[in-house]
Every structure is written in C-alpha cells, then in structure tokens.
Write a protein that binds this ligand. Structure first.
Ligand code: GAL
Length: 818
C-alpha cells in the first residue's frame, strides 16, 4: 500500500515537472521574457550633409527586402552605400565619422554670419543647421525572435526619417517629442545577418528662436518585450485622496496584446517605497482581446504617506507584473509621488500650504556640448539651480528630455512642462498627447503649458485651437491645471477664458497682472516669465563692438524688472503664485541686445558654463535663508585711481557696511529685494562688505585688486567617474595671481592634455561673443574662468588632466574611473 502511494506520488511529481517544463518551453518558443530597455547610444556613424536617397526597388529584386541606396555625393565620385550590409562593400566608412549619442553636430560647426546658409542670430546662434545622417550596424540574437522590438528616440532635432534594413519606417517632425518605431518584422535575427539603421535628420528649419541644435541629441533605446505587454507610456498612477493617515492610489495599466488570440493575463501591481518595501499589492485577471489594448484599473493605499515636495522629494513606485499561466511575461516600473497641488486666486498651494514658486526658465543647451547633454550635465545644472534656492523649472518652450523629469522628481524641483506648438492639427495634437502620456506620472510636474507667446494669442481662432488642446489635456490628465505663457491678448478673443491659469509673461512690469486681478474676479494668474535682465559675466561696461552688457544695469530690456525686483512683486502679490525668471543660464542664440559678433544670449543669471553673474546673488538673497552679501564690480581698474566709482550690492541682510582698505565708507540699511549702491573714489586694494542681521555680523564679501596672472587652477566637481562612457566631470578652470586670487579680467589661453580612459567633450568660457570652437582641447579664459568637460570611457583607470598656459604655472588633476 505504502509502496503504491510512493509510486503514485512520483508519477504525479513527474507529470507536474513535465507540465512546468512544457509551459516554460512553450514560453521560450513564443519568446516569453521580461522586458529589456537597452541603451542604443553607442557606435553610430555620422555623415554631415545631404545624401540622395533612392529606393532601388527593382535593383533589389522582388521578393527580397527593398534596399535603400545611399548616394554620398563627394567631390571624388558618387559613392554608393547601402543600408543593407550585405552590400556593404560599396559603403565607404571614411565618409562617416564614429559618434556616440547624444550628439549635436551644430555645436561642432563654425560661426558664420551668412543667412544664405541658414546662419541666423536667433536660430542656432550663427551656427548653420543643415542635414545630417546617422547610421548604425547592430545584431539581434536568435533568442529575440518572437519578441516585440521597438526603438525609442527621446528627441531628434528635427524632421527625422528612419530606415531599418532598407525599409522606410517613418518620419517625425518635432524636435522635442519622442518617436518610436516597431522593428519586429524588419529585423534580422541571429544568422539572418546584421541590421543597419539609417536616420536622416533635416535641421534646415527651426521651431524656435533660440539655439536648438541638430541631430540625435537625446538618448535612444531599444525596447524588447513580450507580444503581450504594458503599452508605451502605459501606466497612469494618481492619488485621488490624501490625508496624513492614508493616500488612495489609483493605478491604470494599459495592456497591449499584439497577437491574434485572446490572452488571459494576471496583472499584479505592487506599491513600494523608496527602499523597495512592498506597501500594497493588487492583482487582477483579465482577458485581452486579439490586437487590442485594455486598460485595467486598480486601487491601492499607502498608510501614513510621505509627501513629495521640493524640500522632501519622497518617491514611491508601482512595480507592474503581467503574467500568463503563472509566468511573468512583462514587468514595468512607474515612479510617482504623493502630493496635492492647487492653484487658485490666492496662489499656488502644495500639500495644502501656500508655496511661492521660485522658478527659472531654461533652454536645453550648455557650454561645450550644445543640446547633446549627458545626464550628468542636466543633473549638474539642476544642482546649481537648487543651490541658488530655486524650487521650480520651466521647460521653455518645449518638452524636456525625460531624464530631466526623473531628476526633478528625485532632486525636488517643480516643473512647468511646456508644449512646443499651438496647433490642433493631427501632428500638433500628437505632439501634445505624447508629452502628456510620457510625463503625467511625474510628481514634479505641477502644471502644463500649452504654448508660449504664440502670435494668435487673444484671437478667436487662437482660442478655438487652445480649447482643443486644453480639452485634450484635461482628458488625459485631469489632475493638473493648464496654462499658456502669454505676452499679449490676455483680455481678448476669449483666449484666457479657456485656461485654468492665465500665464503672464512680464505683464507690463507687473501692472497688467495687478490690474487684471481686480478686473477679472474669476481669473487665476501666474507669472510664467519675469526679468529678462541682460548682463555679461564679469563685465561692467556696455560694449557694442564686443557684444558685452554691463552687470550694473546700464541697459536693460523695457519689458522686465531688475534681478530680484520681480520677486518683490510675488511677495507683495502672493496671488501670483510665483514666477519663472528668464533665464537661469545663458544659451546660444537670441543675443539681445546685440547681433553678430555676439552669438549667445545674455539673459542668464549664470553664464552658459554655469558660472554665476552678479544677478545670481539677487536670487540667492531672495530665495534662500543663507545670509548673502555680494558686492561688485571687481576691483581691478588700472588707470582709474581717483575716479568716482559705483559699488553695487545684493543682500538679504538688514544692513551692510562698506570698507575700503580697512576704512569705513558707510553703513546702509537694506530694502528687501533692492540693490544697494555706493559712490566712492576708486583706490586699488581691498573692498569689503559686512552684512548684519539683528545687529550681528553674519557674512562678508571681499573684492580685491589682484596682481598679474601667474597660475592656472583646475577644480573638478567630482573625483571619480563611472566607467560607463557617459559620466562627465565638470572642471572649472581659473586664472589666478601669485597669491591664488582669481584675476577677474584674465583672458589667457589654456591648453589641456588628457591621459587615461576619458576624453574632452567640450569647453566653454561664457564669453557671448566667443567664436572659438567648443570642441577643442584649448580655450581662452573669459574674465578669469573657463570650463572643460571630461567624459569617461567604458573602461576603469585614472584620467590625468593637465592645463597649461604660456607664461603661467600649470595645474593638473586626477579623476578615478571605476
Ligand atoms: C520672452 C520669450 C522668451 C525670450 C524672452 C527674452 O518674451 O518668451 O523666449 O525670447 O522673451 O526676453
């Protein structure tokens, strides 16, 4: 009897094993596997200039794939290259250069003042755009057969057309929204051969009036999933009710079945905290019809939720698992936060409390690299913003790269996410919906902007288009208010009535929003753009020829107040909710108030390298509790001894005392958000400002007359880099005198040499009229500073960077790559 039982059990066990094995074999056969998201940034080839493309349908023969013959017009001869690698013999690698992404070919160009070749002051800052091609060969293993494989371009500037293995996959116009192509059918698997992707980028037209770059300037991903999977941007996590005890979490998951049979799946959603501890799990079973997408709604809870805010950027995740017959066939992650946001006629309320928004507007580019920013540089820029006390970021005037939003979630910055075009065409609506679906889970985003300063603001037609976009936005994301950044027409054509929040760009230096607040009792206002102060770092005279604007405010646009004064309005009229300063960083293009030879804007309170200008301290004083006293100009004025000179000071202290060479000039009472000014007789030496709060000395600032440049100083923001081919060290270079003081007028040329597993990816100096190449291993200092960016290879070791300058003592530093 006992023996029979054993035999019976063994048979059962054996059958069970067979069943499990059968399921998993079956699983493998139909390509069941969890999703992967692989970086597709490395090993591309780039060709600058147009290439005539012919579809050689007949040449390729019927039954085979259509090849794309790529004619590379060179001076020598017409070279025929093929995207089909089988014909690769004809492809001439020397016509292409090796690049990794993100890549911006525009910043590699030469500044030229010639409109006939697409060189304009605003668009791309006198760097011509044009056409470029990217090409990459890659292999797909046999084991990927049966998976759904797609490629996601986070952003290409602009008008991109994509072919894979000779097949035209499609075209995407916008330079700011992502594009995605399904490669499943066209790929060659395993022994079928190599694959070739070809991307044409036509940046001959512009979308904006600032530097927009050219090329595949954001990341590219190869996504592999099961045929049944969470759809692209397929989850929507919201928090319908929040109390100190509990947050209700709504999870909507779109499951896509790309097969011709019904699929019975189980969806498990786990809510986890930032340590991965599971707080709630919800499971649902659902039949997904063939070739269709089904939304599944689940509701979870978090007990005693930790709220998200810029000061406490607490995050949670929903971990999604899709399974079939007990086997996980897809997994997906959605980061979210628990917070409430309300904007009304009393201001912006975050988690129920009035929360004045201390924001800056930002374009995408940076010194040395154009718009092709490695993640580290975006992070670096955000870190600088946090340091000045900024709590919000406006992506003017376009949706940002998705990593930037992850960083704002993580680092704590509210975001005003902005649609590029006011258009209700199919393309316009697609761009808007892509932004909304892509971004709506980010807790950092507190409001959507439909457009910026479109000429048809305040018209009936404009209002109709706007309404279409606002309706779409409310439907896709009912949790956030919608605004538009307006510089005119706020009271015309019913335009403002369509919006939840009317965005004021400048608002006649404050008069418009104050008047309108009283006149329109239902209007909710927000200051979407403020200031526009122009200055060149370290300059104290306007110089038309050189393209420099003084930091002393000798000229400023008539549409914006002085740095800091804009904040006084927010304090006075808290119903404005806050503001976005135009801009935190200088950017290429829009060189107001000049044109050629000036190629970069002057609007930033930091230059394009992130070096602070004097205006930076107006915001630091207004936005932080740190005691701030900042005096300017510098104190190197040879030949001006005995002249009358003005000393300006940004401070948040009660009183500031000024001393020259130890002798008290005077003590001044500070008026909040207003610059202090002294007039004195210039004498070289040491000028010192002492800041007092409640009668106590809390901080000092010193400017000193230096001696001649004597040495170069290198200062890296990090001592180690990841060996991932992406990480970047931001290295500040300064020119110092023999006592180690930065010489504020020094413009010495610095040459760099680098050894070890890394390379220089760009240089900059903040001079808005510099025509030196950014992609070089040398740079002139500008008013004491320049910058060099060093990127690691995918290889561990030690990078040694050396800096030389003709008559000066050099410097060197070491960075570990691991
Ligand atoms: C605003 C505009 C910005 C920038 C700025 C310069 O009107 O929205 O893009 O041009 O002016 O002051």
């Amino acid at each position: 009897m006992f023996k029979r039982l054993i035999r019976y059990c063994s048979i059962c066990f054996f059958l069970m094993l067979c069943a499990i094995k059968g399921i998993s074999q079956n699983a493998q056969q139909i390509g069941l596997a969890k999703r992967t998201k692989e970086s597709f940034d490395f090993n591309w080839q780039f060709h600058k200039g147009d290439i005539a493309i012919k579809r050689a349908v007949k040449a390729a023969g019927y039954g085979g794939l259509t090849d794309v013959n790529v004619k590379v017009e060179t001076n020598k001869e017409v070279v025929i290259a093929y995207t089909d690698v089988d014909k690769a013999a004809a492809f001439k690698a020397e016509d292409w250069k090796e690049v990794n992404l993100p890549h911006d070919w525009c910043v590699e160009g030469t500044f030229v003042n010639d409109n006939s070749i697409g060189s304009q002051p605003a668009a791309n800052g006198y760097l011509p755009g044009g056409i470029g091609f990217y090409r990459k060969e890659f292999e797909i293993p046999e084991t990927d057969k049966g998976k759904k494989i797609s490629i996601e371009f986070d952003g290409i500037f602009r008008n991109s057309t994509v072919w894979v293995n000779g097949q035209l996959l499609g075209n995407h116009q916008s330079g700011y929204t992502p594009s995605n192509y399904d490669l499943t059918d066209i790929l060659r698997y395993g022994n079928e051969g190599k694959n070739v992707i070809l991307v044409k980028v036509d940046a001959t037209e512009y979308e904006g009036w600032w530097y927009e770059g050219c090329g595949i300037y954001r990341h590219v991903w190869l996504n592999k999933t099961n045929q049944v999977h969470v759809d692209r941007f397929g989850t929507y996590v919201t928090t319908p009710s929040i109390s100190t005890d509990e947050a209700a979490i709504s999870i909507k998951t779109n499951i896509k079945n790309e097969l011709g049979v019904v699929k019975n799946i189980t969806l498990t959603s786990k809510i986890v905290d930032n340590k991965g501890v599971v707080l709630d799990t919800k499971t649902s079973s659902q039949a997904i019809e063939p070739f269709s997408t089904t939304e599944i709604s689940q509701k979870g809870t978090i007990q005693k939720p930790l709220l998200w805010s810029p000061e406490t950027p607490n995050l949670y995740k929903v971990l999604t698992e899709v399974s079939e017959n007990g086997i996980v066939i897809d997994n997906y992650q959605t980061t979210f936060g628990v917070r409430t946001i309300e904007i009304n006629r009393n201001g912006v309320f975050l988690n129920g409390k009035l929360y004045p928004v201390k924001g800056t507007c930002n374009h995408q580019d940076f010194a040395g690299i154009g718009v092709a920013l490695p993640d580290k540089i975006n992070e670096y820029k955000l870190k600088l913003l946090k340091e000045v006390g900024c709590n919000a970021y406006r992506c003017s005037h376009n949706p940002p790269t998705p990593e930037l939003l992850d960083m704002c979630d993580r680092m704590g910055l509210l975001v005003l996410d902005e649609n590029r075009m006011l258009s209700s065409s199919e393309e316009g609506k697609n761009d808007l919906t892509t932004m909304l679906y892509r971004d709506r889970n980010h807790p950092c985003i507190f409001m959507w902007s439909m457009e910026n300063e479109e000429p048809i603001q305040g018209t009936v037609t404009g209002a109709r288009i706007l309404k279409t976009l606002v309706d779409i936005t409310h439907k896709i994301d009912p949790t956030r208010p919608v605004t538009a950044a307006m510089n005119h027409g706020r009271n015309d054509g019913g335009y403002s009535d369509v919006l939840d929040v009317v965005g004021y760009n400048y608002g006649d230096k404050g008069l418009a929003y104050v008047k309108d607040h009283e006149k329109y009792p239902n209007r909710v206002e927000f200051c979407t753009e403020a200031t526009s102060f122009v200055s060149t770092r370290g300059e104290y005279n306007n110089d038309c020829g050189k393209g420099f604007v003084s930091n002393l405010g000798l000229w400023q646009p008539n549409w914006g107040p002085l740095p800091g004064e804009d904040w006084a309005d927010i304090v006075k009229y808290p119903y404005l909710g806050g503001l976005f300063v135009w801009t935190a960083f200088d950017y290429r293009g829009e060189p107001t108030p000049y044109q050629w030879p000036c190629v970069t804007s002057h609007f930033g309170f930091m230059d394009i390298c992130g070096f602070p200008k004097d205006g930076y301290y107006a915001y630091k004083a207004a936005w932080t509790n740190e005691p701030v006293v900042h005096i300017f100009p510098h104190w190197n004025w040879p030949g001006r001894k005995g002249d009358s000179i003005q000393v300006h000071c940004y401070t948040n202290c009660d009183e500031v005392e000024l001393l020259l060479n130890g002798k008290r000039i005077s003590m001044q009472k500070a008026i909040p958000y207003t610059k202090l000014i002294w007039k004195l007789v210039y004498k070289p030496g040491k000028l010192e400002a002492r800041g007092y709060k409640g009668g106590k000395l809390v901080t000092t600032d010193v400017v000193e007359t230096t001696t001649a440049p004597a040495q170069v100083g290198l200062n890296s923001d990090c001592t180690t880099l990841k060996a991932d081919g992406c990480d970047v060290a931001v290295i500040k270079v300064s020119i110092k005198d023999s006592k180690g003081r930065v010489v504020p007028v020094a413009d010495d040329l610095v040459t760099f040499s680098i050894e070890g597993p890394g390379k220089i990816i760009g240089t900059g100096n903040g001079n808005p009229s510099s025509h030196e190449p950014d992609k070089a291993s040398q740079r002139k200092a500008f008013n004491g500073y320049c910058l060099v960016l060093v990127q690691s290879y995918k290889q561990a070791g030690e990078i040694k960077l050396k800096a030389f300058s003709k008559t000066l003592k050099g410097d060197e530093l070491t960075i570990k790559v691991q």
